[in-house]
Design a protein around this ligand. Structure first.
Ligand code: ADP
Length: 429
């Protein structure tokens, strides 16, 4: 049906009042007839207005009431609007019920809450895993139900890129992983997963590696002792001396691998660092520098350390020593004879900056992302020659993760590499 136009409205008034005016002029009762017809006209409109009111508020029927003229248009317009709203509501209800069904099918607890913490909805698993009661807890603040200070801080910080592991609020034997995502307008989606098995497996793996490495140390030391005795007793027998040399090299490699495995398990397994302990980094770097100069001399390297003598940080000395020395020794190992190695330790506005630059062969871009993976080596045969195990950069990555920082690697084939990191001002002394 088309819109009721001004033209139609004018015609309706014209058809009512022109006959009344003519009749009034003929009979001499113009005013009376105009008054009566206006009252009848208003009454007619009131009748349809009442009908509309009854339809909308009393009968609420789906069937359209009968209307005339402009009222018919108004009824149809309202009816069409209602239909459209109903369809929109149904579509919305479908979306919500699909979201809820999907959330119920997930193997995780799901809670929707507002940015001020007010709980909007939760699935069944949230009731089992977090002890929520539904619908009793609707409208409650989420921090009243998950009271752990770390969770409250996690919500407050709004730094949701990393998940948070916490003991379950209802079962201390379970470890839950909490992930929060901004969702719709001013809402948050909390996804909670039971990670007890993964964490236990991880722990078992770490303990296993640590124990095996520890147990291998004693037989290796014994082997090394016997190899030394054999070397002394072989005297001039060239064949024997060659064999013993290979034995010695391989045992040394195994010892270094065991040491690195133990260091990695220690760093990986370490809880948060004790940030009260101050580390004298300039002194530590002097030791590393002396070792690097000795090692570099064999390959005629130029080794240069530029260290800010007043710049120190807090944390675990063993971990930072491992991180820094691994980067420096790598530079020496992977830089050909006559190359140069520069080490920087200086203050930047963002924090303490450590950087190792070398003029080695460089690393192809496709390897750079994988370098910090355990046992990853770009060229395993070359790495083996240098005694490398592929664990050094993994140790660096884990040590730095305790400082919430990352290793930056820049390298160009044929030009050299640069390994650096920044320890934020929070840890600088
Ligand atoms: P590895 O014990 O084999 O040295 P790392 O984890 O320390 O193990 O290093 C992984 C790989 O990264 C090495 O095998 C080597 O190929 C490459 N790499 C590390 N540092 C450098 C460097 N300064 N220059 C060139 N390649 C490097």
């Amino acid at each position: 049906m088309k819109v009721y136009t001004w033209k139609q409205l004018s015609w309706a008034i014209f058809l009512i009042y022109v006959p009344v005016i003519i009749l009034g002029l003929l009979t001499g009762l113009l005013i009376e007839l105009l008054l009566v017809s206006t009252i009848v006209h208003i009454g007619w409109h009131y009748y349809f207005l009442k009908k509309l009111n009854d339809w909308l508020w009393v009968s609420k029927s789906m069937v359209l009431p009968q209307g005339r003229s402009v009222w018919e248009h108004a009824y149809i317009g309202i009816h069409n609007m209602q239909q459209r709203n109903r369809k929109r509501r149904n579509r919305l209800a479908n979306v919500i019920s699909r979201f809820r069904e999907g959330s119920e099918a997930l193997p995780d607890a799901v809670v929707v809450f507002k940015s001020d913490g007010e709980i909007v909805w939760c699935n069944k698993l949230a009731q089992y895993q977090l002890g929520f009661k539904w619908p009793d807890d609707a409208g409650d603040n989420i921090t009243n139900l998950i009271r752990h200070p770390d969770f409250v801080e996690y919500l407050r910080s709004e730094a949701y890129n990393e998940p948070l592991d916490l003991i379950s609020p209802i079962n201390i034997d379970k470890i839950l992983e909490f992930r929060v995502m901004p969702y719709a307008k001013n809402q948050r989606l909390l996804i909670v997963r039971d990670v007890t098995n993964y964490r236990q497996m991880d722990e078992t793996r770490r303990n296993f590696v640590a124990n095996v490495s520890h147990e291998l140390r004693t037989p290796l030391t014994v082997l090394q002792g016997y190899i030394e005795i054999l070397e002394m007793s072989a005297q001039d027998n060239k064949m024997q001396l060659k064999t013993i040399k290979v034995l010695d090299q391989q045992t040394a490699r195994m010892c270094s691998l065991v040491e690195q495995l133990m260091t990695l398990s220690k760093i990986e397994g370490a809880a948060t660092l004790d940030f009260h302990e101050s580390i004298n980094i300039p002194a530590l770097l002097t030791q590393i520098e002396n070792e690097a100069i000795t090692l570099g001399r064999k390959k005629s390297h130029s080794v240069q350390f530029k260290v800010d003598p007043k710049l120190s940080v807090v944390g675990d000395e063993m971990q930072l020593r491992s991180a820094m020395s691994n980067l420096v020794y790598n530079a020496i190992n992977y830089t050909p004879e006559g190359g140069s190695i520069k080490v920087l330790w200086k203050k930047l506005p963002e924090g303490a900056y450590f950087c190792v630059m070398d003029t080695g062969d460089g690393i192809a871009p496709e390897h750079i992302l994988h370098l910090t993976e355990r046992f990853y080596r770009v060229d395993s045969s070359r790495s083996r020659d240098t005694g490398g195990s592929g664990l050094g950069l993994s140790i660096v990555k884990h040590a730095l993760s305790h400082y919430d920082t990352q290793l930056q690697i820049e390298s160009n084939i044929g030009e050299g590499s640069q390994f650096s990191f920044i320890i934020s001002n929070n840890y600088v002394q």
